[in-house]
Design a protein around this ligand. Structure first.
Ligand code: PEP
Ligand code: MG
Length: 326
């Protein structure tokens, strides 16, 4: 079976009715690029950059960031990469930077993490954003912001990016002036205001790990509530739906990079909801591709539309089982 899947790696991920689906890889360490390529990833949909900050006493500077991004771009042979700015503070901490974590935040999940921390600490954020901008001169790079909760955070970040572009201009350093900037939708408030956010950015990406945690009030790291961490909860499905609709309304792409995107049990449901860009752990790529190749989008979206019309009465797990048995 593994061999069969391997032969799939170089196939385009096209549905039976001929629609091409983006199957991209999540990257936590640069070494994983090889796995992503083996799995036939069409690009990197989420590059988690926290590792650059962990297990060391100091902070990475702009040149270190740039060297890292340059090395990965060189391996990607023109495939696109979405670099997420650092999301320290929850399960990931820096030795150099007192984000506190469990030690001095009463609730780290609701505390200073992601874009909140970055906007408060420009000396942490600026070198990374400058390096991402500079890397955009070398290949197809997108910049993505974690834990966006309000449009103000997006606007403040865009203003900072504009300012840093002017700096780079004065210094004669190259960047792509059109480099796309996107927001992760992983807080319920962001999903509920996805249109307002979509108006200000070039793309959205749904982070289901945090979206589920915050929507269902279930700590993603607490095993005692593991069984309550339910991607099929109707509230989650509604928030995903809203986000996809916002992308369509504003004509910007919407991807998904949380674990849900790499779970083949949910592939048909998500295709039927309109998702066209999946980013996942490299090990999941071929299993998801196998489902994509057998999918008939018109049929899936017809059934999913009908399911949403009666979401309050329906049993999502049963509906998904039926979809998967088609
Ligand atoms: C998510 O929250 O779904 C996500 C992709 O980001 P992370 O898992 O790094 O928080
Ligand atoms: Mg997240």
């Amino acid at each position: 079976r593994r061999d069969r899947l391997r032969t799939l790696a170089q196939h385009p991920a096209r549905t039976r009715d001929g629609v091409e689906i983006q199957l991209q890889a999540n990257l936590e360490l640069p070494e994983d690029v090889e796995l992503a390529k083996l799995g036939g990833a069409s690009g990197i949909g989420l590059y988690r950059t926290e590792f650059l900050y962990m297990n060391r006493p100091d902070l990475p500077d702009e040149e270190e960031h740039l060297a890292n991004y340059r090395a990965i771009l060189a391996q990607l042979d023109g495939r696109p990469i979405t670099i997420r700015t650092l999301d320290l503070g929850l399960d990931k901490h820096s030795g150099a930077f007192a984000t506190g974590g469990a030690s001095n935040m009463s609730n780290p999940a609701l505390g200073l993490r992601g874009i909140r921390l970055c906007l408060k600490e420009p000396e942490l954020f600026t070198p990374q954003v400058r390096a991402i901008l500079r890397s955009s001169a070398l290949g197809p790079v997108r910049l993505m912001l974690p834990l966006v909760t309000s449009v103000h955070e997006v606007e403040r970040t865009l203003a900072l990016i504009t300012h840093l572009k002017q700096q780079l201009d004065r210094e004669g350093l190259d960047y792509d002036p059109q480099m796309p900037v996107g927001a992760m939708i992983e807080v319920p408030a962001a999903a509920l205001t996805a249109r307002a956010i979509a108006r200000r950015v070039d793309f959205l990406s749904i982070g289901t790990n945090d979206l589920i945690q915050y929507t269902l009030a279930v700590d993603r790291l607490d095993e005692s509530v593991n069984d309550l961490f339910d991607p099929l909860h109707p509230a989650i499905l509604r928030l995903i739906r809203l986000t996809l609709e916002a992308g369509r309304a504003l004509a910007i792409p919407v991807g998904m990079c949380g674990e849900m995107a790499g779970d083949p049990r949910f592939t048909r449901l998500l295709l039927g909801m309109g998702l066209r860009e999946f980013s996942m752990h490299p090990g999941a790529l071929l299993d998801v591709k196998e489902i994509v190749l057998g999918a008939e989008l018109t049929e899936l979206s017809r059934r999913v539309d009908h399911f949403f019309e009666q979401l309050d009465e329906a049993d999502p797990a049963r509906f998904v089982a039926e979809l998967n048995a088609l």
